[in-house]
Write a protein that binds this ligand. Structure first.
Ligand code: DON
Length: 564
């Protein structure tokens, strides 16, 4: 402990000294659900990661520096989704008015093929795209962080220092983390060929210290060698050796060839606001735009928040957007996607012609829109700095703790399950897909992640995003409506109960605290209502015209705001 404190002081002294309001103590921290401040803020899934980001801004870093430091810290303190072995999307709006969208989604390994998860009879072996080595896509996160670093101010070594320290010397885990690790104990043991830091003899409990020496070593290699510290040399060799031991297919070439991509931002208007969000290979931006387009013609505010009338229209918009997603969306580098038509406001109105107020549509009759081909456990963080740079990042290993295989100290994703392993065969989130999202070598699997920035007169007013698999798009749709149309306060925008329809299965999921009276009214219209697990864990930063910042971490997890 004494040695730890001394080392802590030397590595972190400049950060701690610079911090007036925020300090980082991995042995003693608490969750902050709401802050009302005026300079800068980070909201993420873990208090230590949010604080790491703010400390970097106190040291002179901008919002991109903070977003990088927060992601690296999450890779240590939030192993279920924060990651080196996964991928993500970054959306940013700079103080100079530039919009940035970075895609560091995983890719299918070169040896992947369309039917790799089908047995001899053509039946989908769904666990194979979820558990173990074969489920992993080629990780994109580290390439993404370096692509983002072009817009940062501080040296990368400084941004990674808090993560290295917390991996090397450990941090105290929350009750939720302890429960998560205990749930996966059997999987970690079964799916790994070597011991990992995530299993110990006794069950984990709140207050235990998680030390990740091998991860610290990998982080140090990245700090010293940059991207090559991950995609080549010792780390890459360790990943490939683990792949060979466990019959995985990721090769040294797959790692060396991985590239993050700068995408053309998806920008559209809704209710007088400019929405900046992620284009393909996320289906989230397009899906959210379609839903907003479809409800724009209805007087939702007048009908009221959570009134049966408003909720019905929103459900029907969700149903139709998810139907289109299943058929049309996939990696645009590989398939043609009719984005222009799908996101057209006139098309949205046509899609709603089949909507009957007071009566549930039936998914079987809705199907995807009629379009002629055109001439093709996740976690979110929101950041704003004192200059007004805004960053919104969603990153993932897919399901909790990914494929649970650990290599070079980090957990690998099971993102291959986001491909459509067979047309019509649902993935872990019940999503179905078709040819557009079929597996092909080096292709990116379709995502729902929807990091978003809402702007008024070219200035960010909301920075938001969420995990939640298929529910991400509806969570973002409802978060935007909660603020922009229903005018809820910032905490209620995040914490109000949500509902979700994804075309198939043809049911409406509602959170436990969703109003019974509305659920009953919907049942009378013919909707099948089922109670769901919590939907989404939204991180929201709201920036007011007078410069005040509200930062809200979702009540549904350990999500926590930091700032001053
Ligand atoms: O990219 C996607 O859409 C999924 N892999 C996201 C997974 C997710 O949100 C899990 N968290 N609850």
């Amino acid at each position: 402990m004494r040695r730890y404190l001394i080392l802590w002081f030397f590595v972190m002294a400049p950060l701690v000294l610079a911090a007036q309001q925020v300090t980082l103590d991995p042995y003693n921290y608490s969750v902050d659900k709401y802050l009302n401040i005026s300079n800068c803020a980070v909201v993420s899934a873990h208090p230590l990661a949010s604080k790491a980001g703010v400390l970097i801004m106190q040291q002179g870093g901008n919002a991109i520096d903070a977003a990088i430091a927060t992601q690296l810290a999450l890779a240590v303190v939030y192993p279920q989704a924060g990651n080196l072995g996964g991928g993500g999307f970054l959306v940013a709006h700079t103080k100079n008015g530039d919009n940035i969208t970075l895609d560091y989604r995983e890719t299918a390994p070169a040896a992947a093929h369309r039917d790799m998860y089908l047995d001899a009879n053509g039946v989908a072996q769904t666990r194979k795209s979820l558990d173990g080595h074969l489920a992993a896509g080629v990780p994109g996160t580290v390439a993404g962080l370096f692509a983002a670093h072009k817009h940062a101010r501080l040296p990368f070594a400084k941004l990674i220092a808090p993560a290295i320290l917390m991996a090397e010397k450990g941090f105290v885990i929350t009750a939720a983390e302890a429960a998560g690790l205990n749930r996966q104990r059997e999987s970690f043991l079964r799916l790994n060929t070597q011991p990992t830091a995530f299993v110990k003899n006794e069950p984990w409990k709140k207050g235990d210290t998680l030390i990740q020496k091998e991860l610290a070593h990998t982080l140090q290699l990245i700090s010293a060698k940059g991207m090559k510290g991950f995609y080549e040399g010792e780390t890459a060799q360790k990943v490939v050796a683990e792949m060979k031991r466990g019959n995985g297919i990721i090769t040294l070439d797959d790692l060396k060839n991985y590239q993050a991509k700068v995408r053309q931002p998806l920008l559209f208007t809704f209710a007088g606001y400019n929405i900046l969000t992620m284009p393909l290979p996320s289906s989230g931006g397009i899906g959210m735009q379609q839903m907003l387009n479809m409800v724009e013609q209805y007087p939702l505010q007048q009908w009221g928040f959570h009134s049966a009338k408003s909720v019905q229209v929103m459900i029907e918009a969700e149903r139709r957007a998810y139907a289109d997603r299943a058929v049309f969306l996939g990696d645009q580098d590989f398939v043609k996607v009719p984005v222009k038509k799908l996101t057209d406001k006139k098309y949205a109105r046509e899609r709603m012609l089949s909507f009957t107020p007071g009566t549930a549509s039936v998914s079987q009759n809705i199907a995807a829109g009629n379009i002629m081909p055109e001439s093709t456990e996740t976690t979110h963080l929101s950041v704003v700095d004192q200059q007004g740079n805004a960053v919104s990042v969603t990153t993932t290993l897919n399901s909790s703790y990914g494929c649970r295989v650990v290599a070079a100290g980090f957990i690998l994703n099971n993102e291959m399950d986001d491909f459509s392993v067979k047309p019509g065969s649902p993935n872990i989130y019940g999503l179905v897909g078709a040819e557009a999202n079929a597996i092909a070598p080096r292709k990116r699997m379709l995502s729902c992640m929807t990091p978003t920035i809402v702007m008024k007169e070219n200035k960010p007013v909301l920075i938001t995003g969420t995990p939640g698999g298929s529910t991400i798009i509806t969570s973002m749709f409802q978060t935007l409506l909660n603020d922009l149309v229903f005018k809820l306060d910032a905490s209620s925008t995040v914490n109000a109960p949500k509902f979700h329809h994804q075309w198939l299965p043809d049911v409406v999921e509602v959170e436990k605290d969703f109003p019974d009276s509305t659920a009953l009214a919907l049942e009378k219209m013919g909707y099948k209502i089922v109670k769901s697990n919590p939907i989404g864990r939204v991180e929201l930063i709201k920036i007011h015209a007078n410069g005040k910042i509200e930062a809200v971490g979702d009540k549904r997890g350990d999500d926590s705001a930091a700032g001053f």
